[in-house]
Ligand binder design. Sequence first.
Ligand code: PLP
Length: 427
Amino acid sequence: MPAEPISILKSINSGKVYPLNEVRFTSDNGELLDVIHDFERIKKQHKISKEYFFKKRVIINDQPSGGVWHFKELILPEIHDDHIISKQEGNTRLYRSKKVSSWLALKQDKFYLKHEGENPTGSFKDRGMTVAITMAKQLKQKAVTCASTGNTSASLAAYASEAELTGLVLIPKGNVAVGKISQALAYGTKTLVVNGDFDDCMRLIREAQEKLSAYPLNSINPFRLEGQKTIIWETLMQLNWNVPDWFVFPGGNLGNTSAFGKAVFEAYELGLIDRMPRFAVIQAEGASPFYKAYKNNFTGLKTEKAETIATAIKIGDPVNYTKAVRSLKWTNGIVESVTDEEILEAKAHVDSAGIGAEPASCATVAGIKKLIAAGEIKPKETVVGILTGNILKDPQVIVDYHLKKKSPLANPPYDIEAAIGEMKKFL
Ligand SMILES: *Cc1c(COP(=O)(O)O)cnc(C)c1O
């Protein structure tokens, strides 16, 4: 008798299953797909436990590798190591900051910032990209595409180059931070600037999959989410598998919200954790369809025209909505929204603490501030905030902030003559 496959694609509501090697992103009736692994078998095969992951050593491309592929048997158990396309993504730092925690009035030993901006191309997108691009190769795809607010295109560009695949990225005109678009150009993908917004780009990507056989690497691709699960597992390991009370992170297309829910659900199922953390998803006020749906008890998503300085979460029609709702149900989760001004203030604090992150990432910290004020997050609780992207992604926002006199933490540059007396004034 042929063995049952260890991993399958499964539609999230109707439960209809498809083989892993079928190129598809929704079920026949349009539902999102999960990658589902047979954990009973995997657990038996590998004796999965907390200790297993502590002791395990992974070698990819002849190098010791933690991060994403440390959890290979829970992501793509059957992939041959030699077929993995990896830049050693993950292994990011978990910071404790005296400055930021005191601004938030949280205990320094209970507040952590997980910095996903420390990935190879400067955002968490690399964690999903390594898995999805590996699958693209397995599925013998020729061309890969994405719609992007910037970071997905930077990541796709770097990985497509490594994998020798033709890359095509779609970015909305005038809305992408300079650090991100320059990466896409530098790594050598074809960059198409679309006269429209992110949601228009996303629509084109779905059409290009059907009509041009271009393989999408957006978070509608369920393999992307498999990689992004490791943000949670890695953090849990850094915390000795102790479960924090809260994970707080920004929501745009809601890929992380979906992946993180699956990560804690699976960790619980595998006995790696004994309770579920709570999630708080933070949206920018001008791009908050998920927040509004939450306020209406998830009776439906109303798409909107998005507007915010945090371009990475400037999305009005999140593709992963149904998965994200499920994540919040699993984690007794909440959604909050913050203004651009609150994002910039939080960013100034994260930046001046010597950590730094791009605007969308700092929505996390602005959200924590607001949730503490509202009494949702208690000062004694353990909080992990996810910083999604690197400070250098959006330098323009930083310069603009510090050149404005009315910015509360403005730290402008000063012009001086080349004389020591001029320097003395500043000491
Ligand atoms: C993509 C991105 C987000 C949004 O993440 P979703 O998973 O789409 O909700 C947030 N911050 C940064 C820096 C990003 O690049």
